[in-house]
Write a protein that binds this ligand. Structure first.
Ligand code: C5P
Length: 240
């Protein structure tokens, strides 16, 4: 009887932490992933959740080329000693992910996660990785609760686009981490760039691979504006 008969081998786990955006919507000089959230950089908090969920995980951090030195300095000064493979970002999120995938072998599980989503929970990450062992691609989504309008700008005014209506019941917001069998996402990222590629699921689906959509976590917000930072602080203090 061979050593592995009767049990399937777990795939090695990787996470690509996307932090190569310039973060200008926050109106700060420092990109938002490096801003402090309750005493620690947002990016440090995000990485720590993955290491807590999967202590053996390989962390690949994608950074703006001109902030690699800043981040190395930050980790040293704050005694943040988590091993990380540092990758330089590209012109869009798509190009940043593609650069990072070059460091991931076939036969692994790879999560791609926005560096500015530090409120994802370790329990959710662990459950997603376990489920992804038997699924080629797993995407967390949350149902849309707002009423959505299709409007266009006419001078200073916003006016309805004639004939447009949106059925909210079929709309969902896609979150990260999205988790894939590495050979599937690597093949998908061999495609030419398309402006419709705003997340990894859209890239893999365009390449014809089926994905599984699962309920995400409503508190796993993408910190994008100053208001989001206030919300994130409140969430953290309510959890501590
Ligand atoms: O721009 P958006 O909010 O969609 O960015 C989502 C994530 O992708 C952020 O964490 C950002 O740092 C990252 N990103 C990147 N490389 C880019 C653009 C965005 O890693 N060129």
């Amino acid at each position: 009887m061979s050593e592995n008969s009767g049990m399937s081998m777990e795939r090695k786990r990787y996470v690509i932490i996307m932090a190569a955006g310039s973060g200008t919507r926050m109106g700060e000089r420092l990109p938002k992933q490096f801003l402090e959230l309750s005493g620690k950089a947002i990016l440090q908090r995000t990485i720590e959740v993955f290491v807590e969920a999967c202590p053996e995980i390989t962390v690949i951090t994608v950074l703006p080329e001109d902030h690699v030195g800043y981040w190395k300095d930050y980790c040293y000064k704050h005694n943040f000693i988590c091993p990380q493979i540092i990758v330089k970002g590209g012109i869009t999120r798509f190009h940043s992910v593609r650069n990072a995938l070059a460091k991931v072998p076939d036969g692994a599980l790879v999560a791609v996660h926005d560096g500015v989503r530090p409120l994802v929970t370790p329990k959710f990450i662990a459950e997603m990785f376990d489920a992804a062992e038997n699924l080629p691609g797993l995407v967390p989504v949350i149902p849309c609760v707002d009423t959505l309008k299709v409007l266009e700008r006419k001078g200073d005014a916003l006016v309805p686009v004639p004939g447009s209506s949106v059925d909210r019941s079929v709309l969902f917001g896609a979150q990260t981490p999205q988790i894939f069998h590495s050979e599937i996402i690597k093949e998908a990222y061999g495609q030419a760039y398309d402006t419709m590629f705003t997340d990894d699921a859209s890239v893999v689906e365009k390449n014809g691979k089926p994905l599984t959509y699962v309920p995400g976590e409503r508190l796993n917000i993408k910190i994008t504006t100053k208001d989001d930072l206030i919300i994130a602080k409140a969430v953290l203090s309510s959890l501590l």
